[in-house]
Design a protein around this ligand. Structure first.
Ligand SMILES: Cc1cc2nc3c(=O)[nH]c(=O)nc-3n(C[C@H](O)[C@H](O)[C@H](O)COP(=O)(O)O)c2cc1C
Length: 215
């Protein structure tokens, strides 16, 4: 498949057939992630791919528990917002419970170049957080992974909407796999499988809106 075709074919897939994803294919996806560029070549990522159904369900239950904790506290304050949160989560988060593969993406935040220097020079360096090279590097790796998945005939969805359940999910991963890389935290989940849907085309911003060429 040509790169342009892979770029166009990649869509967020949230429904999967029950077909198995061989571990060799998962390894190819993670290998693609691993060759992404990263600030100072720090490769600040780790991917835990889970195929074990009961473990995927356990993580989904932990995320649902965290969501319900938040929604339950919000109920007396703003019931409409709480219910909206529940509804959003049921559509855009918990579908991962039925994915054949769930990848827990871990990252760590490298030091921000110039941060210490600016602070010591008496300047406000807080805006550097918004441009976090660590997160930019992780985004490159995740996109590589999803593009390779597309090339192999799979579909996936990048999920950050379960990040409020991060500490619960990290504890499960630690307990089940012994993962203990210092400084690493959960940054996203990826649900992967053989697509069982063809999403409608989404409107993209016209090129003129996102591009400026100065000649
Ligand atoms: C950083 C990031 C986080 C996302 N988080 C979620 C999510 O939590 N749940 C979800 O269903 N989709 C999530 N998506 C998918 C986006 O909704 C999707 O990429 C966007 O609507 C464009 O659709 P497409 O991927 O099919 O082109 C996320 C995408 C990105 C890049």
């Amino acid at each position: 498949m040509e790169l342009t075709e892979i770029l166009q074919r990649r869509r967020s897939i949230r429904r999967y057939t029950g077909d198995e994803v061989p571990s060799a294919d998962i390894a190819k996806m993670i290998e693609a992630a691993g060759i992404a560029p990263s600030g100072s070549n720090l490769q600040n990522w780790h991917f835990t791919a889970i195929k074990k159904r009961p473990l995927i369900k356990k993580i989904a239950a932990a995320a649902e528990g965290a969501m319900e904790d938040i929604a339950g506290r919000l109920d007396p304050v703003d019931k409409t917002l709480a219910d909206k949160f529940r509804k959003f989560s049921s559509i855009f988060t918990f579908f991962f419970a039925d994915a054949p593969v769930l990848i827990v993406v871990m990252s760590r935040a490298p030091a921000l170049t110039g941060f210490k220097e600016m602070e010591m020079a008496g300047l406000d360096a807080s805006r550097l957080y918004k441009k976090s090279p660590g997160m930019q590097s992780l985004g490159a790796a995740v996109e590589n992974l999803l593009l390779r998945a597309t090339e192999l005939g799979y579909g996936g969805c990048w999920i950050t909407s379960a990040n409020y359940a991060d500490t619960r999910i990290e504890a499960i991963i630690q307990e089940e796999t012994g993962f203990d890389k210092p400084g690493y935290y959960m940054a996203a989940l990826l649900a992967i499988g053989v697509p069982d849907e063809s999403p409608k085309p989404l409107r993209r911003k016209p090129l003129e809106e996102i591009m400026t060429i100065v000649e």
